[in-house]
Design a protein around this ligand. Structure first.
Ligand code: ADP
Length: 199
């Protein structure tokens, strides 16, 4: 009889998703100056992981600032809120079993630590894309440093807004020493070594 049918609430949990997806989800949190190589390296890492049948999602400035965070600017307060929301979204993706790649300047140490605090142990992998300001400025892939030097972009990280380097990142990449391929390999090797990528 209809009234005697009991629906069992079956909560699909993270462990089941991990088993199905053959991976341990985490956030690869790329931080570094504009032009340091966050987008380039994170895209290449995602491309490799995807080719190996892993489930990934890349969050970057464009897909977040044009949508979820389009009401936010670049004041200190808005930068904090920008990162907080990205942290919460990353946490949802991790709960879904996905390997998230977040590529944001995220200049403030406290904000990055706040995101680390949202996640479980081992789920936040900080990747410091360490490129000297002078190198970033000479690359200037989007012409932003030139504009910032002309005073056309206020609060530009590295020029008139600070960048606080990570004290103990899980992965430290010096792009003035390593090429893109070597940097990608460093990250993949870390993920393999720490058991994020099941066979
Ligand atoms: P970000 O996302 O940090 O603002 P981008 O990835 O958009 O930086 O730009 C970095 C630029 O530097 C790209 O044009 C890239 O081709 C170049 N580049 C040169 N050498 C490297 C390297 N070793 N690692 C990463 N990017 C490099």
């Amino acid at each position: 009889m209809q009234e005697n049918i009991v629906w069992h609430e079956h909560h699909v949990d993270k462990a089941q998703r991990m088993q199905r997806l053959k991976q341990k989800p985490c956030v690869l949190w790329f931080t570094g100056l504009s032009g340091s190589g966050k987008s380039t390296i994170s895209n290449a890492v995602e491309g490799y992981l995807f080719s190996q049948n892993h489930m990934t999602y890349l969050l970057d400035g464009d897909n977040v600032r044009h949508g979820l965070n389009k009401d936010l600017g670049f004041s200190d307060g808005d930068r904090v809120e920008n990162i907080r929301r990205i942290g919460e979204v990353s946490k949802l993706f991790v709960d879904a079993g996905i390997i998230v790649l977040s590529a944001f300047i995220s200049p403030f140490r406290n904000d990055r630590e706040m995101v680390r605090g949202l996640l479980n142990e081992g789920e936040f992998v900080e990747v410091f894309v360490d490129t000297p300001l002078a190198v970033c400025e000479s690359r200037d892939p989007k012409g932003l440093y030139k504009k910032a030097r002309e005073g056309k972009i206020p609060n530009f990280t590295g020029i008139d807004s600070p960048y606080e380097a990570p004290a103990a990142p899980e992965i430290h990449i010096r792009t003035d020493l390593y090429d893109i391929e070597t940097s990608v390999k460093m990250i993949i090797d870390y993920l393999k070594e720490k058991g994020y990528l099941h066979a």
